[in-house]
Design a protein around this ligand. Structure first.
Ligand SMILES: NC(=O)c1ccc[n+]([C@@H]2O[C@H](COP(=O)([O-])OP(=O)(O)OC[C@H]3O[C@@H](n4cnc5c(N)ncnc54)[C@H](OP(=O)(O)O)[C@@H]3O)[C@@H](O)[C@H]2O)c1
Length: 254
């Protein structure tokens, strides 16, 4: 995809990977708006307040953005929470609900809000190489669970499956659907719990390299994500899952 002359909304772009990606799009020449609940974290880009768990907030943000930017042609659904759960403690359920509400239902709600507009934009390009783009965000954990984050993995496997259905549903409309599959990236405190987390800039360098290929790959899987994405195919799944289950020893009482 061309990242130089686009109008991009990154929902979940007020910090971390989303903010980093927003700055890459802006540096390449695109107009970028970032969304989140706390827009005070960003002072170098246009922002919009949005809570993806709230339909009214999503529709209001959509209307606000499209009023100023009727040429919006890229939507990135980056909002996500990464939460640990102890499934032996029924109190985990609130965490499960929040995780699914933000990561999965929030993604679906955000896409729904913008799909009619993006289809109109995609069609406006006459099917030329421009068109419109939706970029969803799953995770390596959606393909190889991390047992400390059960609902997180479920939400991201859900985002993957949803994206796989969205792509053929939008085929022929001029809207391209791409899935970002990040490995551990050093944001949101990841660097403290996972010394192997990729530095954000190194991750974004690889992402931009893959994203700007023609045609855009359906999935943006950087090198560090490949062993997670393809564990099942490669026959390494059971061993890797068992190794990752060691992390459960960090839960209180284990
Ligand atoms: N970092 C990793 O290792 C990693 C690995 C795989 C996948 N991912 C995925 O990458 C995405 C970005 O993660 P990150 O590491 O960059 O974390 P982050 O810095 O915590 O970013 C999360 C973003 O989601 C937004 N958000 C959270 N709840 C929201 C809500 N209810 N409504 C709207 N926005 C909301 C946050 O903004 P506000 O707080 O302002 O609302 C923030 O902009 C997530 O989907 C995450 O699951 C991350």
């Amino acid at each position: 995809m061309d990242i130089r002359n686009r109008t991009v909304l990154i929902i979940g772009g007020t910090s971390g990977i989303g903010l980093g990606l927003a700055r890459r799009f802006a540096a390449a020449g695109s107009t970028v708006i970032v969304g989140g609940r706390d827009t005070s974290k960003v002072d170098d880009l246009e922002t919009v307040r949005i809570d993806v768990t709230d339909a009214e907030s999503v529709n209001r943000a959509r209307d606000e953005v499209l009023q100023v930017h009727p040429d919006l042609d890229v939507l990135v659904t980056m909002s996500g929470v990464l939460l640990m759960e102890d499934l032996r403690d029924p109190a985990h359920f609130a965490t499960a609900e929040t995780t699914i509400a933000v990561n999965l239902v929030g993604t679906i709600r955000a896409i729904d809000a913008f799909t009619p507009h993006l289809i109109a934009r995609g069609g406006a390009s006459g099917g030329a190489s421009g068109g419109a783009d939706i970029i969803t965000v799953s995770s390596g954990i959606g393909f190889l669970p991390f047992p400390l984050m059960p609902s997180y993995g479920a939400s991201k496997a859900g985002v993957h499956a949803y994206t796989e259905a969205l792509r053929p549903q939008l085929a022929g409309t001029g809207v391209t659907v791409t899935e970002l599959v990040p490995p551990a990236v050093a944001t949101a405190g990841q660097e403290k719990v996972n010394p192997a987390a990729l530095p954000l800039d190194a991750y974004l360098d690889e992402v931009i390299g893959l994203l700007t290929q023609t045609p855009t790959p359906n999935e943006i899987v950087v090198q560090a994500a490949e062993r997670l994405r393809w564990a099942e195919r490669d026959g390494t799944y059971a061993d890797l899952l068992a190794a990752r289950a060691q992390s459960l020893a960090t839960l209180p009482g284990r």
